[in-house]
Design a protein around this ligand. Structure first.
Ligand SMILES: [Zn+2]
Length: 266
């Protein structure tokens, strides 16, 4: 944060706290001798705010957002290779690189789930017809039925561990998620489903990303998607590509729609 933007930043922080109970831990300010810029930029504060507004609008407004998330502290931290992480009332973004609007909504969805004892992702799992069974996952890999290595994914097309149960958690997802890999589990499924819901067909900061998640299954095997991944997309299309390419026809979209409209009680 530049010294010149300090006043703007302070107003933004007050707004986030007042309207959304989101408290950004400011790491900038006047030091003993000179200005300490910290890790945040003005553009990132705007991105955070805009993404929170998108999520809140999909929840039905800022009061619903506050009720769902229950107040959260946001900070930049050294959290290794991933872009963000979240617990109840706590979201962290990496200091290594900037975050995307998608990451903001994804991490706040985790925090929402955590605020309900990770029960929302269990509801999603059930609603979509999935289940978690590490033993069955092990058996599937033993029988050579997985699209991964035995204990790890392989870094080549058709071996990233995208089939149901072919992941670290033994998560057998139901219906059609927008994607899956070795790290997939019901918690990640919930966060991705919320981000897909916020972005899909709405012409906002998440919409292109959401569309890219789906249209890659129209690629041929061996082609590269917009996330720079080469895979056998055609082979995976029956598991992930929704009817007529319309993500609103999936159980995940319906679940989040039911949840934000109060048809599902957490
Ligand atoms: Zn996540």
């Amino acid at each position: 944060m530049e010294n010149a933007d300090a006043q703007y930043a302070q107003a933004k922080l007050a707004q986030l706290k007042g309207e959304y109970k989101v408290e950004v831990l400011a790491d900038w300010g006047a030091g003993d001798r000179e200005w300490q810029p910290g890790k945040w930029t003005k553009a990132e504060l705007d991105k955070l705010h805009n993404s929170i507004v998108l999520l809140a609008n999909n929840m039905g407004g800022n009061e619903k957002f506050v009720r769902n998330i229950g107040g959260v502290t946001v900070k930049k931290a050294d959290i290794g290779t991933h872009g963000g992480e979240a617990l109840a009332h706590q979201v962290s973004f990496s200091t290594k690189a900037s975050f995307s609007p998608w990451t903001v909504v994804h991490e706040f969805a985790h925090s929402w789930d955590a605020n309900y004892g990770w029960g929302l992702s269990r509801l999603l799992e059930k609603y979509t017809g999935g289940y978690t069974n590490p033993l069955l996952s092990y058996a599937k890999r033993l029988a050579g039925l997985s699209d991964s290595g035995f204990l790890n994914p392989e870094n080549k097309p058709g071996r990233y561990g995208r089939r149901p149960g072919c992941n670290r958690a033994g998560y057998f997802y139901g219906d059609r998620p927008s994607g899956s890999n070795w790290s997939f589990n019901r918690v990640e499924d919930f966060a991705e489903s919320v981000a897909m819901y916020v972005g899909w067909g709405r012409n906002n900061d998440l919409s292109q990303h959401a569309q890219n998640r789906i249209i890659r299954y129209q690629l041929k095997n061996g082609e590269k998607d917009s996330f720079n991944v080469i895979d056998n997309w055609l082979d995976y299309a029956p598991r992930f590509y929704p009817d007529n390419g319309d993500y609103t026809k999936t159980k995940r979209w319906q679940f989040v729609d039911d949840l934000v409209n109060g048809r599902i009680a957490p």
